[in-house]
Design a protein around this ligand. Structure first.
Ligand code: UDX
Length: 446
């Protein structure tokens, strides 16, 4: 195989085809690169090769078909084939929270790096994209160079990924910035070639060392989590004082230095990234002897958890103090709208709490019902908001899907048993709902 030259774009492999990897592989092929996706799960490989995205992500199915039709994208289970094919290998496997610990579980990253390294016979760049504890890239460099037949001809780089579920395609094709953690000019050149079409769109590139690149990701997610918990802490203060957190947030957002993004109060953050990333960061900082510097992240986590408990409390209050036998309609299961992801979903946390407290909970979600049913078979599931709410004693909005925002309070009022609603996401207009005879309650509002 010809070595990479300035004229020939590098051939890419993407190892791991979850949200991050599948999106990266598909988008890179759409941008014109030859891409081989690597996945140990044969059924996922078969689905992707036949044009099916194994998760919900707007816009991605169309791009998968386009990429497959172009002949520039394929998926395989073979690391040997990947090593032979690729000039630049992206590691995109998951780093979930360890069972019984707050630390990140690195077994998939280590396994993928080891398996790939075994087959690397020539000069190549291995690029980590997964979110990892600081220090992992240095450790993997040693591991990969020890195992690879090409030895220190194999270099490691870190290129953190900031994609949001629901906007994954756009965040990949038009990211706010690219971060390249590298140890040589050659590695930087490889990465610049691998992202040439993205860089050509005037995307800022920050070139730095491996450690800083690893830290950027956890620092960004910690900041976002802190911003959300900050406004939710203000909601707690509003609850004690009679203030209105939505007016407070609006007023803060007009200050350019603060800004309104990630300042939406409500049930708080969940998903496969923010909760586990702040815990893993706090844990790693403690290991490194700088735990005090990020001790506030435990508080951020605590505030976030309290929002879930408080939402369940509001439902109980509206139900008259006792949830035994109370029929609750829970609008939402996904951790956020436009996603079928239920990892650490605040909505399902609240729904299961209500169930434990004796309520009969029926959950409705436009995309996440199948996933939710598999994990929480004890809950009942409806097909749409209106039919699920028939005879309901309390409705609680937990994920702000657009179709829930658009519910007509009169139409829903006609089917429920009692017109009582908790708006866990500040997604509804209280004036409209109260005018339709609903008892309306929301976190941090009078
Ligand atoms: C996040 C980061 O945004 C992304 O950069 C990173 O790569 C992965 O983690 P994601 O998990 O897809 O992305 O979700 P995001 O859109 O960031 O929302 C996270 C959670 O915060 C959701 O549960 C959302 O409902 C909640 N949220 C967000 C709020 O409660 N208030 C806000 O103002 C914003």
């Amino acid at each position: 195989m010809a070595a990479t030259t300035d004229a020939a774009p590098p051939r890419l492999t993407v190892i791991g085809t979850g949200y991050l990897g599948a999106t990266h592989a598909i988008c890179m092929a759409v941008l014109g690169f030859d891409v081989l996706g690597v996945e140990i799960d044969q059924s996922k490989v078969d689905r992707l090769n036949s044009g099916t995205v194994p998760f919900f992500e707007p816009g991605l199915p169309e791009l998968l078909v386009k990429a497959l039709d172009s002949g520039r994208l394929r998926f395989t289970t073979s690391f040997a084939e990947a090593a032979e094919f690729g000039d630049v290998h992206f590691l995109c496997v998951g780093t979930p929270q360890q069972q019984g610990s707050e630390a990140a579980d690195l077994r998939y990253v280590d396994a993928a790096a080891t398996e790939l390294a075994r087959h690397l016979h020539r000069r190549t760049l291995v690029v980590g994209k997964s979110t990892v504890p600081v220090g992992t890239a240095a450790r993997l460099t040693e591991l990969v160079q020890r195992i690879a037949p090409a030895g220190d001809q194999v270099e490691l780089a870190w290129n953190p990924e900031f994609l949001r579920e629901g906007y994954a395609v756009d965040d990949t094709l038009r990211p706010d910035r690219l971060v390249f953690g590298v140890t040589s000019a050659w590695a930087e050149a490889q990465l610049r070639a691998a992202f040439a079409p993205v860089i050509a769109r005037d995307t800022p590139v920050v070139v730095t060392d491996l450690t800083t690149a690893e830290l950027v990701k956890v620092a960004a997610n910690s900041f976002l989590a802190t911003k959300i918990s900050y406004i939710n802490a203000m909601a707690e203060v509003c609850e004690a004082t009679g203030g209105d957190v939505t007016g407070l947030a609006e007023a803060l957002a007009y200050d350019d230095r603060i800004g309104g993004r990630f300042l939406r109060p409500g049930l708080g953050f969940g998903g496969g990234c923010l909760p586990k990333d702040i815990r893993a960061f706090a844990h790693r900082a403690e290991e490194l002897g700088v735990g005090q510097a990020v001790a506030f992240l435990r508080e951020v986590d605590g505030i976030n958890q309290r929002r879930r408990a408080r939402t369940a409390d509001l439902v109980r209050e509206l139900a008259g103090g006792d949830l035994t036998g109370v029929r609750v309609t829970a609008l939402g299961a996904a951790f956020k709208p436009n996603s079928d992801d239920i990892r650490d979903a605040p909505a399902l946390d609240v729904a299961t709490t209500l169930h434990r407290l004796g309520a009969h909970v029926t959950v409705v979600d436009p995309a996440a019902t199948d996933n939710a049913r598999r994990s929480f078979p004890e809950l009942a599931y409806g097909t749409d908001a209106l039919s699920a709410a028939a005879g309901s004693d309390v409705v609680v909005l937990l994920t702000e899907w657009n179709e829930f925002r658009l519910i007509d309070p009169e139409a829903m009022g006609a089917v429920v048993g009692r017109r009582r609603i908790v708006d866990g996401r500040h997604a509804l207009d209280p004036v409209k709902w109260r005018a339709a005879g609903w008892e309306y309650r929301a976190l941090g509002r009078p």
